[in-house]
Write a protein that binds this ligand. Structure first.
Ligand SMILES: [Zn+2]
Length: 273
């Protein structure tokens, strides 16, 4: 769930101008819009903790019924991958009420605020917020990771029937995704997410991506020290990590991420037994 983890790539800033004319790393604008939509649509918004004086925000925007699937969407682990957070915001602003009430949806819109503000992959202390969750030798959790680990009792049930994490691969022009599934082959939800990504970009050729085998645009059941692997180790049923290509226009990347978030929620609701 990485591009490359070298110090160099983790600290290099990447920013774009988004359609509204502001910079992709405009945290003040992001937070203002998030608070506005939470207020307007009566979503609950809370801080799980803070890193560098900035909050790690959690939003609940779904129904409450046990008859609906608990789903977790997480974005902004890596600060040079801004399409996910802006797409999460667009989704929250525009998702139909009947879709939101059909799921128990929890959202972490922007995990790594200090990295996002600078446009750098890693946080302000050079830590990778998507590593160190499983105690693998040589890895330790970031400040944000420690906050998430401390909220295991909240996050595991929130993601019980599905986790979607929104990433980008800043050096690539092709799209792909990772899926972690209780199955031998990629299932219907993974294929739907891939199709949504492929509506916007060519898929990564078969071979290797970031050291992992990719086939038909999918890295399947690759476990590492990531947030996704951690929640799977605690029994959630499904995780996907979608990757849009940072070498493509930012507007198209946001549109693709938005489409995949929408697909994830709709399909998870429709597929529930
Ligand atoms: Zn990433």
């Amino acid at each position: 769930m990485q591009t490359t983890d070298s110090e160099t790539s983790g600290l290099r800033p990447w920013t774009w101008t988004v359609a509204e004319g502001h910079a992709s790393n405009d945290w003040g604008r992001f937070r203002g819009r998030l608070e506005a939509v939470a207020s307007r649509r009566r979503f609950s918004l809370q801080a799980l903790g803070s890193a560098g004086g900035e909050p790690l925000l959690l939003l609940r925007c779904g129904g409450a019924s046990d008859a609906t699937p608990p789903l977790l969407v997480v974005s902004g682990f890596h600060g040079e991958e801004p399409a996910g957070p802006w797409a999460v915001l667009e989704f929250l602003e525009s998702a139909p009420p009947e879709l939101l009430s059909a799921a128990r949806l929890t959202v972490l819109p922007l995990v790594n605020v200090t990295g996002f503000s600078k446009g750098t992959r890693f946080n302000a202390w050079g830590e990778n917020p998507n590593r160190g969750y499983l105690g693998i030798a040589g890895e330790s959790p970031s400040r944000e990771g420690r906050i998430l680990l401390d909220h295991q009792d909240l996050l595991v049930p929130a993601a019980q029937e599905g986790l979607l994490t929104c990433h980008e691969d800043v050096l690539l022009s092709h799209a792909y995704l990772y899926s972690l599934e209780r199955a031998e082959t990629p299932g219907e939800l993974t294929r739907a997410l891939l199709a949504a990504n492929a509506e916007h970009f060519p898929l990564h050729p078969d071979g290797l991506v970031d050291g992992c085998a990719v086939n038909g645009g999918i890295v399947f059941n690759h476990y590492d020290g990531s947030f996704e692997s951690w929640l799977m180790s605690h029994g959630i049923t499904y995780a996907a990590c979608v990757e849009t290509p940072g070498q493509q226009p930012i507007a198209r990347r946001i549109a693709a991420q938005h489409r995949m978030i929408d697909t994830f929620v709709r399909k998870s609701v429709a597929m529930r037994p």
